[in-house]
Design a binder for this molecule. Structure first.
Ligand code: ADP
Length: 405
C-alpha cells in the first residue's frame, strides 16, 4: 500500500448519489480531516459539471457525463491528477448513503450480493431515491472492488419508532401488504446532531430529551427521548411533515383525489407537483430561503405568506413534540436554514416564554460554524444551533461496520 501525501490511510470515501448528482467526500472518521470534497451535477444531461476539491486545490469543469459510472470514473481521474490513486490510498471503506432501508435495514450494513438485492427489492418504497443510490454502489464497487462498501440508511435512526407513532390509521391489511408505515428520513443528521448536542451540553446522550429541527431544502423534525426517537415529521416518504423548499409537507390526502378527478392530473403529475413545485417555491416562486427572507424584508406579500405558512407548520410540530416528550431539555436547529436563518429561529420560537423557551436575540444573531446556545441563561429549555455533518457520520458508521466486521 502506498502512503499518499494528500489522503492518509484510514479515511472513508463517502458517496451520496442522487438522481442526477453525485456528492463525494474523503474524510478521516477519527481526526475529522476532510481530504477531498466534490459534487458532480446534471449527470445524464447535455452538459454536466464537476466541482472537485482535493489537497487545497479546487477545480470546476464542464463536460459530458452520460451516467454515474462515467461520473465516478472521471472523479477517479481527477484524483489521479491530484496525485491520489484511490485504489492505493488506504481507504478503509466506501460509505454509501441510501435513502430508504424499508423494514429490512435498521443499521449500517456491509454490502454483499444479498444486501444489494434487498436494496433493489425495496426500491419501490423510494422510487426517486433508491435506484440512483444503487447505481452509485455498483459503479464505485466496480472501480474500487477491494475497498469494503457499507450502506448507511436515512431511515435507520427511526427504525424503532414506537408503533403508535410509526403506524398510519390506514387499513391494516393494506398497510401490511405494501409495507406502508412511517419510516422517517434525515436519520443520519438527526442522529449526529442529537449526539453532538448532548456532548455539547456535557450530558449523557440517554438522559437528554430533545427536539431536533433539520431545516434544509428538505426539512424534518424529530422528538428524541433519552437518545431514542419517538416521533419524526417525515413518513412513508420524505413528503410528509414540515413545509419544505419545493415539497408540500402535510396536506389533506383528499386533494390528490380532487386533482385526479377534477383536474385530470396523472399520478406522475401530482407526484411532481407535490415534490418539486410546491412548498415555498409553489407559494412564492422561490425555494432558496435567502431569497424568501429578502423578499419578506421588502414587504413582498407572496413571500410573507410562504414564510407564515412555513412557520405555522413548524410551530405546530414544536407544540406537538413538547407535549409528546413531556419534559424537553433542548431544542436544536441544524442544516442550511436552521444553522443560518436567524429569523426562522426567532419567529419559530417567539412568545413561548410560558413553555420555558426564551431566545436571546444577540446570541441568536451570532454566525458561527460551531455549536452554540441561542437561548437566555434562564430559559428552562436550552435552544442550540448545531451544524450537521452527515458525511462525517456516514464515515464513522461505515468505519465502525468494517472494524466490527
Ligand atoms: P439540502 O442539503 O437539503 O439541499 P441545505 O441544508 O444545504 O439543504 O440547506 C439549503 C437551504 O439553506 C436553502 O434554502 C438556503 O437558502 C438556506 N440557507 C443557506 N444559507 C442561508 C442563510 N445565510 N440564510 C438563510 N437561509 C440560508
Amino acid at each position: 500500500m502506498t502512503d499518499s501525501p494528500i489522503v492518509r490511510p484510514g479515511a472513508v470515501l463517502v458517496i451520496n448519489a442522487g438522481s442526477s448528482s453525485l456528492k463525494y467526500q474523503i474524510v478521516d472518521p477519527l481526526t475529522e480531516d476532510v481530504y477531498a470534497d466534490g459534487l458532480a451535477e446534471r449527470i445524464g444531461e447535455k452538459t454536466s459539471s464537476i466541482k472537485h476539491e482535493c489537497g487545497g486545490r479546487e477545480q470546476k469543469i464542464e463536460l459530458s457525463l452520460p451516467d454515474h459510472r462515467a461520473a465516478i470514473a472521471k472523479v477517479m481521474e481527477l484524483f489521479a491528477g491530484d496525485g491520489v490513486n484511490l485504489t492505493q490510498a488506504g481507504l478503509v471503506a466506501v460509505g454509501h448513503r441510501v435513502v430508504h432501508g424499508g423494514r429490512s435495514f435498521h443499521e449500517p450494513t456491509l454490502v454483499t450480493p444479498f444486501v444489494r438485492e434487498e436494496i433493489a427489492r425495496i426500491a419501490p418504497l423510494a422510487p426517486l431515491h433508491n435506484p440512483p443510490n444503487l447505481v452509485g454502489i455498483d459503479a464505485v464497487t466496480e472501480l474500487l472492488p477491494d475497498v469494503p462498501a457499507v450502506v448507511v440508511f436515512d431511515t435507520a435512526f427511526f427504525h424503532d419508532l414506537p408503533a403508535e407513532s410509526s403506524t398510519y390509521a390506514l387499513n391494516a391489511d393494506v398497510a401490511k401488504e405494501y409495507a406502508i408505515r412511517r419510516y422517517g428520513f434525515h436519520g443520519t443528521s438527526h442522529a449526529y446532531v442529537s449526539r453532538r448536542a448532548a456532548e455539547f451540553l456535557n450530558r449523557p446522550y440517554d438522559e437528554v430529551n430533545q427536539i431536533v429541527l433539520h431545516l434544509g431544502n428538505g426539512a424534518s423534525m424529530s422528538a428524541i427521548r433519552g437518545g431514542r426517537p419517538i416521533d419524526t415529521t417525515m413518513g412513508m416518504t420524505p413528503l410528509e411533515g414540515l413545509v419544505m423548499g419545493t415539497r408540500t409537507g402535510d396536506i389533506d390526502p383528499g386533494i390528490t383525489f380532487q386533482l385526479a378527478r377534477v383536474a385530470g392530473m396523472s399520478i406522475d403529475d401530482i407526484d411532481r407537483l407535490y415534490n418539486k413545485e410546491s412548498g415555498l417555491k409553489g407559494l412564492c416562486g422561490d425555494n432558496d430561503f435567502r431569497s424568501v427572507l429578502e423578499r419578506v424584508d421588502a414587504g413582498d406579500e407572496a413571500a410573507e405568506l410562504a414564510f407564515g405558512v412555513y412557520l405555522h407548520r413548524l410551530r405546530h410540530y414544536i407544540g406537538a413534540y413538547l407535549i409528546e416528550l413531556g419534559h424537553v431539555d433542548a431544542i436544536v436547529f441544524t442544516a442550511g436554514v436552521g444553522e443560518n436563518a436567524v429569523a426562522v429561529r426567532a419567529e419559530g420560537l417567539k412568545d413561548l416564554e410560558n413553555f420555558g423557551i426564551v431566545i436571546d436575540a444577540d446570541r441568536n444573531a451570532v454566525r458561527s460554524p460551531e455549536p452554540r446556545v441561542i437561548s437566555t441563561d434562564d430559559s428552562a429549555i436550552t435552544v442550540l444551533v448545531v451544524p450537521t455533518n452527515e458525511e462525517l457520520e456516514i464515515a464513522r458508521q461505515s468505519a465502525a461496520v468494517v472494524d466490527g466486521g
